[in-house]
Design a protein around this ligand. Sequence first.
Ligand SMILES: CC(C)(COP(=O)(O)OP(=O)(O)OC[C@H]1O[C@@H](n2cnc3c(N)ncnc32)[C@H](O)[C@@H]1OP(=O)(O)O)[C@@H](O)C(=O)NCCC(=O)NCCS
Length: 289
Amino acid sequence: MSGSGNVHLRQMARQDVAAGMELVQAAGWNQTEADWNRFLDANSEGCFVAEAESTVCGTAATIIYGHQLAWIGMVLVHPDMRGRGIGTRLLRSAVEYLESRGPLVIKLDATPQGRPVYQRLGFEPEYEIERWKLTATPSLHSAPGAIPLDDDKPDIEDVIALDAEAFGASRSALLHSVHRDAPEFTAAISAEGRLLGYTFGRHGLHADHLGPWVAEDQEIARRLLETFLDRSTGRCLIVDCVKAHPFAATLLGSAGFEFSRPLTRMVRRAVQSGRRSGLVCAILGPEFG
Ligand SMILES: CC(C)(COP(=O)(O)OP(=O)(O)OC[C@H]1O[C@@H](n2cnc3c(N)ncnc32)[C@H](O)[C@@H]1OP(=O)(O)O)[C@@H](O)C(=O)NCCC(=O)NCCS
């Protein structure tokens, strides 16, 4: 790919997913075609590609949760085309689209590379997230404490309702889709009819990805993590945990995970309220929040 002239932006379509996957691979990311389709299913009008000489060289996708919160993800520019303003143009299109949809709080999780681009467009850091990775044999794998949570039969709608409290907005369609693709990673613990924690997970391109991972206390979080380890197919595992969380990183460290890279949750407009933030050990993923 050469030259930055004649780069134009247009809406992303289903047939661009293959090109999107090439950008994912070039960046060493973990998303699959299913993740692109989750954005396109939510609102394809809010997903953009940059095209040069009929070749897709950049992407940005948006998803709106409820009436107040929107997310920007999949901001990717082909390595040969970086530093020419394409990322900034894609992001501006995503923001303009979301602003046309109403007074939304817009958030994203930035890599260190993306952070200055977002800062220039008015995004401010909210808090830090850390990607932890497990490539060695997990010490908790097949631990006898892992609970067969299917026996508990928590209602998925209850889990989705608690996620809305923990995350701060309802993302029902997205979680149903994640659950459909990897039901073995959906786990929940309840006691006396009250839901105490849950997880979802995805089979990514390179790794099984745990998230969201939400728990009322350390014991519930530990049992949920053990269950994920037990059910994962034993490839590389990743978790994007909230850095300030009191015990999430400790649990990951004891299970053999290692710190991989930092991310920054960033927000444009007033910080959204009403989130039970203390519950969240790990987010769903940087692209979805
Ligand atoms: C982050 C990313 C999307 C940025 O895309 P990009 O097209 O390179 O972004 P821009 O060109 O708009 O801005 C990047 C830099 O180029 C500079 N730039 C912008 N227009 C330029 C131009 N015409 N000529 C030279 N430099 C330019 C910007 O000032 C910026 O400088 P910085 O080094 O101070 O940050 C890209 O690096 C990428 O795909 N990285 C890997 C995936 C990733 O981390 N994505 C972000 C997820 S949050």
